[in-house]
Design a protein around this ligand. Structure first.
Ligand SMILES: Cc1cc2nc3c(=O)[nH]c(=O)nc-3n(C[C@H](O)[C@H](O)[C@H](O)COP(=O)(O)OP(=O)(O)OC[C@H]3O[C@@H](n4cnc5c(N)ncnc54)[C@H](O)[C@@H]3O)c2cc1C
Length: 381
């Protein structure tokens, strides 16, 4: 095994795979180290929103199990329901094992070396290079892209500033009889009000449903009861099989810097997740591509890469996440205000968020109207 590369990418999720693809395409010697055996299961709804599909550098249509052109939002106990439709899919449903592997295979075809069952245990940073210690020996590179996910060790052990907020989420893979599955066809369903500070979702896959809950607070109280209630509500008690998984989602980015000690942080490692939806695939892809482009453009010079990545993030992902936090605050921490706002402007808000999910608009473009809603509401609540 060669043990010297220009760039080592730790983690083969969408952030790592897209970074590796871009680097390999540019002729950079890149290796992806993945601790799991591939393809690996990832706890996730597997919903790839239109915004993510738009930035994807490779065609992954073959792993889409079902396109959803309809999104439904239900808010209880207010009894509000809204439906949006689009001609192009709002969300394309995938299983992450296949989706991530398709991206990684594209990176490999472009020239990236992939090492599976290769867990990174430690990293040592030097003036001109980085040593990466794994269960299969040590390697060195001029740069490391840390794409090792929400609980990854790279940022933590290298003492990088954190500040992310990790929230809990449960995902049940639920097999139901086909006539029950058909009721969910073409529709991504979201339910607010089932649990405090969170929401539940039901995503149709080819042969089953991915049903989950998340809570925007650090501790998910009554989580299991909430999802069991949700299964009842959806008429899924007759499930023939249920696989239960839990993980965390970082809904606030690190305080930065996002490049330090020749290490670049991307995806969940950096905390680039939409705080309104908990959707992280879009920004994982985008940050992976942006990080790779900065490494290429700046020819792996540390100071230049640091400046270029900071600049790119401050023009793309970070302002989007900041704008999204305003809406997230309304959605999760003021339930009565939320019900009031949705009872008056619900369809408009849903259409606006659907436009963001499909990549037609950005949260930043909506900020003014959200602020207007807030100003309008404040004296009344
Ligand atoms: C329950 C749940 C539901 C979700 N639903 C959605 C959804 O429907 N749509 C959406 O867009 N987002 C969703 N998300 C968020 C989404 O899963 C993440 O934002 C996304 O996976 C981030 O991608 P990533 O590439 O940064 O990290 P990951 O996909 O987590 O990939 C990290 C990789 O690094 C590997 N790794 C970790 N440590 C090491 C190590 N030491 N050495 C080598 N390899 C290592 C891991 O095995 C893994 O393969 C959900 C999250 C949860 C928890």
């Amino acid at each position: 095994m060669n043990n010297s590369y220009d760039v080592i990418v730790v983690g083969s999720g969408p952030a790592g795979a897209c970074a590796a693809w871009r680097l390999a395409k540019a002729g950079v010697a890149v290796a992806v180290l993945e601790k799991a055996a591939l393809p690996r299961y990832k706890t996730c709804g597997g919903g790839v929103v239109g915004r993510a599909m738009r930035v994807l550098p490779v065609d992954v249509r073959h792993v889409v199990e079902q396109d959803c052109h309809t999104a439904q939002l239900h808010i209880s106990p207010a009894g509000l329901s809204f439906t949006t439709h689009r001609e192009a899919p709002i969300v394309s449903m995938t299983m992450r094992s296949r989706f991530d592997f398709a991206l990684l295979s594209a990176a490999q075809a472009a020239g990236a070396i992939v090492q599976q069952k290769c867990a990174v245990n430690a990293i040592a940073s030097h003036a001109d290079f980085v040593t990466v210690f794994t269960n299969r020996g040590s390697m060195r590179a001029k740069f490391v892209v840390a794409a090792d996910g929400a609980l990854g060790m790279v940022g933590r052990t290298m003492g990088m500033e954190d500040g992310r907020i990790l929230i809990p989420a449960l995902e049940y893979e639920v097999t139901v009889p086909h006539d029950r599955l058909d009721a969910f066809h073409d529709t991504a369903r979201f339910d607010f009000g089932l649990l405090p500070h969170g929401y539940a979702w039901a995503f149709p896959k080819r042969d089953h449903l991915s049903i989950g809950v998340l809570s925007m607070t650090k501790r998910g109280r009554d989580f299991k009861q909430s999802i069991e209630r949700y299964l009842d509500m959806l008429g899924c008690r007759a499930a023939t099989q249920i696989e239960r998984h839990g993980f965390v989602i970082p809904i606030r980015p690190r305080t930065g810097p996002f490049v330090d000690k020749r290490i670049v942080l991307v995806g969940d490692t950096a905390g680039f997740v939409d705080p309104v939806t908990g959707e992280g695939i879009s920004f994982a892809i985008q940050s992976g591509l942006v990080a790779a482009q900065c490494l290429i453009d700046m020819q792996l010079r540390e100071e230049s890469v640091r400046g270029a990545y900071r600049q790119s993030l401050s023009e793309t992902i970070l302002p989007e996440l900041r704008a999204a936090r305003v809406l997230a605050h309304l959605m999760y921490h003021f339930p009565r205000t939320r019900s009031w706002a949705f009872s008056h402007q619900g369809q408009r808000l849903c259409e606006a968020v659907t436009d963001v999910m499909t990549g037609k608009r950005r949260y930043r473009d909506l900020a003014f109207s959200f602020q207007t809603v807030f100003r309008f509401l404040r004296p009344r609540c």
